[in-house]
Ligand binder design. Structure first.
Ligand code: SGN
Ligand code: CA
Length: 528
């Protein structure tokens, strides 16, 4: 063989033996927080706080205004993201059973196709993730202060410090020191914050506890135009939040004032639940952390003790709403800073040029709308989730997109971005046409939702429904049989159920057809 031909031949053999060497495949940084409401992101027009770093993602890319989840609860959302399948197919319908690890997840496929993969933070599956070269995950819900981590290489470890900062440090450390420069990466940077019980870092509680926040217009909603499910849910800030665990009253304050413990149907021993929640969160702080905590929260307790006797129910609701926002938003401030540090590093290192960055949450959250905290419902605040994406050279800068996209779509999107044909049984749609501005190729106009976890904490009844940009049809079932229909354009706060209004008969029929078609398309068992 001629020497030149031999060299050429060897070169071809070498390249074909290294499927990893496709330099143009993008890196993917998937940032997700837990329970982060779009109402608390300034890119979405928040009246509550600024999130300058999270906003950078949509300033340089796209903001999805109608992104939603298929099931508004933690582990099912994560299972949908990783499998690209609805919960009734991937099996993870609630937070209770562990994830079925025989399910194929897209990180496993990316890894097999030559991506270097890593996960840091909250997974909440009850088992370890597959398809990751490296992981450090929180056991279960994890802790805000001095959290334990389950690690791929070192077993269970404890790290002193504040969880959001620790997860950011782990992510940065991996990017700086563990990356295989021969491969593109897929990195999951998964915050626990701002999940209940909302413990901010010192630098943020010192600031946020001094602030007052605007109240939502529906803080005192009486659910007049609504059904049983809204009326019976246990998500009211005044009635169902824990006084110690959530509002951060000290157990001594509660007993001194003789405050009745919160009563919920799922926590019959609610007093001990509340105190236990306090002890397992604030109680974890080490001496120095506790001293700092007391320097802020002791005063809050003292002020409350002085004011309590003269406070009406309405005053108490208002006080608890402010306390809730101070801590919840304070937690988000650290998330935003962490996102900023990671974005800065991508820029400094030049990695940003070929990295897709996603910011999302496992679902939305109620920030006092309808008097509520928590999620679970198909109503907008919890059904919708933030979604900001950037990809230099592909996604045009500073754009908005109002198509009905879902967490179901990530798997196929990332696989397509990596040049991989997704398995035929994944149920989402790749967002690639929308990212490239080819919206005319996007045909979906309605999405399917199903919440299963009942009876359970917060007592939100089982329900499923179909949602378009203009309407929402919902069926609550199990121990009730009630339908709701909302006209989202006329009634964006979803205060009036028009299901039985004859003026909406045609729309109702159309939405019923859409719901039936979605259930068929997604292979929902008839009795599900
Ligand atoms: C805990 C919280 C609930 C929350 C669920 C699920 N209570 O049970 O308020 O809805 O987690 O959250 S707590 O007092 O234990 O914090 S999820 O994000 O994991 O789905
Ligand atoms: Ca969550």
């Amino acid at each position: 063989m001629n020497k030149n031909i031999l060299v050429l031949f060897l070169g071809i053999v070498l390249i074909s033996c290294q499927p990893d060497k496709k330099p143009d495949r993008p890196n993917i940084l998937f940032i997700m927080s837990d329970d982060h409401a779009y109402q608390a992101i300034s890119a979405y027009g928040s009246h509550l706080m600024q999130t300058p770093n999270i906003d950078r993602i949509s300033d340089e890319g796209v903001l999805f205004t109608n992104a939603s989840v298929t099931n508004s609860i933690c582990a099912p959302s994560r299972a949908t993201i990783l499998t690209g399948k609805h919960c009734h197919i991937n099996g993870k319908i609630n937070n209770i059973q562990p994830f079925d690890t025989t399910q194929v997840t897209f990180p496993q496929i990316l890894q097999k196709e030559g991506y270097q993969t890593a996960m840091f933070g909250k997974l909440h599956f009850g088992n370890n993730p597959k398809g990751f070269d490296q992981f450090k995950i929180l056991p279960g819900q994890g802790n805000y202060y001095n959290p334990d981590f389950i690690t791929k290489n070192d077993g269970r470890i404890n790290v002193v410090g504040y969880v959001t900062d620790i997860i950011t440090d782990m992510t940065l450390d991996w990017l700086k020191n563990d990356r295989n420069e021969e491969k593109p990466f897929f990195l999951m940077y998964l915050h626990k914050a701002p999940h209940r019980e909302w413990l901010p870092a010192k630098r943020h509680y010192q600031d946020f506890t001094k602030r007052q926040f605007p109240e939502p217009p529906t803080l005192f909603d009486n659910f007049e135009g609504r059904g049983t499910a809204a009326k019976t849910a246990e998500m009211n800030i005044l009635e169902h939040m824990n006084w110690a665990g959530d509002s951060k009253l000290y157990p001594e304050t509660i007993s001194e004032l003789g405050i009745e413990p919160t009563i919920t149907r799922t926590h019959s021993t609610s007093e001990s639940w509340d105190i236990a929640a306090f002890n397992s969160t604030v109680g974890r702080l080490n001496e120095a952390q506790r001293k700092a905590w007391d320097s802020t929260y002791l005063q809050i307790n003292k002020d409350f003790m002085e004011a309590y006797e003269d406070m009406s129910e309405e005053d108490l609701m208002r006080w608890r709403y402010q306390r809730y926002m101070q801590d919840y938003l304070g937690c988000i401030a650290s998330v935003d800073e962490g996102v900023g540090l990671v974005l800065d590093y991508l820029k400094e290192s030049g990695l940003d040029k070929n990295t897709i960055v996603v910011y999302t949450s496992d679902q939305g959250f109620f920030l006092g709308e309808h008097g509520w905290f928590d999620k679970r419902f198909i109503y907008n605040e919890s059904f919708k989730t933030p979604l900001l994406m950037k990809w230099p050279g592909v996604i045009p800068q500073g754009t908005k997109n109002d198509e009905m996209v879902q967490n179901l779509d990530f798997a196929q999107t990332f696989l397509e971005a990596a040049g991989i044909t997704p398995p035929a049984d994944m149920q989402g749609e790749s967002l690639m046409p929308l990212l490239k501005g080819e919206d005319e190729k996007w045909t979906r106009d309605a999405v399917y939702y199903h919440y299963y976890e009942y009876p359970s904490v917060h007592m939100v009844k089982k329900h499923y429904g179909a949602v378009t940009r203009d309407y929402k049809l919902v069926h609550f079932y199990y121990d009730i049989d009630e339908w709701e229909l909302y006209d989202l354009k006329k009634d964006p706060m979803e205060m009036n159920n028009v299901f039985h209004d004859s003026a909406y008969a045609a729309i109702r029929k159309d939405m019923e057809d859409k719901l039936a078609a979605l259930r068929q398309k997604y292979k929902v068992p008839v009795n599900d």
